[in-house]
Design a protein around this ligand. Structure first.
Ligand code: COA
Length: 259
């Protein structure tokens, strides 16, 4: 079993898991071990069929995160080859997670921490959250893959606005351009996020996993294979489809099994 660093906390409340980036004294800046731990935590949760929703957050109220840990740059991002290795070392656990992921955003959401948002499925922010990608202020270039991921959420024009101005912008603007899905008063973010997580967890988990998988697949321009086109119809052979129909007919709340 993978051991997580103390900078990544995983809590579980039934089918809802919470992954917390736990470096509040550094505003949840992501150093290498934290990045790997984050990826490992999502790999572990993804493999667990008992999980139905995952909340991703930063510890404390001051920051979701302030991006990559700049204090490591001198060692790990001091030439193009090492910088490439560094980027690869972050892992893809969050991006590959089969379960719905909700980002709970409070305070600063900057750089590589903002870069996590396109790999989450719903993003709920407090009204005083602040966003920025300050790569241009550090002389760093955001790569093709990162820009493509950003453009899943915001338009080409807004992606360039964020990158070229490299300025901080408020939650209202993040909502306007599609970077976050919802903003709520700061003291209601947890309530809103966990209410959304409970709604997701009450729905059929196989439907959620299929919806997430199909939506992701559509980002790839390659034509769908016949096998892929057949996959949505597999739901009609599941026990949960029977449970859903029976509950509808009986006007009761379905209790899905994930089978
Ligand atoms: N990497 C490493 N440490 C960071 C960090 C980062 N990206 N961002 C903040 N920290 C650390 C600070 O060094 C400080 O640590 P210290 O108390 O040991 O000195 C601590 O977090 C608190 O940050 P501080 O700058 O004192 O807080 P602030 O409220 O005055 O400013 C920010 C907050 C977010 C505006 C400011 O920290 C900042 O601009 N950070 C850099 C963000 C960035 O450029 N990220 C992109 C990286 S590619």
């Amino acid at each position: 079993m993978t051991t997580l660093p103390d900078t990544i906390l995983v809590d579980r409340d039934g089918a809802i898991a919470t992954v917390t980036i736990n470096r509040p004294e550094k505003l949840n800046a992501i150093d290498t071990r934290t990045a790997r731990g984050l990826s490992d935590a999502f790999d572990m949760l993804s493999a667990d069929d008992g999980v139905r929703a995952v909340v991703l957050r930063g510890a404390g109220d001051r920051a979701f995160g302030v991006g990559a840990d700049i204090s490591e740059f001198g060692d790990r991002r001091d030439d193009p080859d090492r910088a490439r290795d560094y980027e690869a070392s972050w892992g893809s656990g969050l991006a590959d997670c089969r379960h719905p992921v909700i980002a709970l955003v409070k305070g600063y959401c900057i750089g590589g921490s903002l870069g996590l948002l396109p790999d989450t499925d719903i993003r709920i922010a407090g009204e005083s959250a602040t966003f920025a990608i300050p790569a241009g202020r550090l002389g760093i270039a955001y790569g093709h893959d990162d820009i493509a991921r950003l453009k899943r959420l915001v338009s080409h024009a807004h992606a360039l606005e964020i990158l070229l101005e490299a300025d901080r912008f408020p939650a209202g603007r993040a909502l306007e351009i599609g970077l976050v899905s919802r903003i709520v008063p700061d003291d209601e973010v947890e309530t809103e996020v966990y209410a959304a997580a409970r709604r997701i967890a009450a729905n059929a988990p196989l439907s959620a996993r299929w919806h997430k998988k199909f939506a992701r697949r559509l980002l790839d321009p390659a034509p769908l294979t016949e096998e892929e086109r057949a996959e949505p119809f597999l739901c009609f052979a599941t026990e949960d489809y029977g449970i859903g129909r029976a509950a509808f007919a009986a006007r009761t709340t379905p209790r899905f099994k994930g089978r």
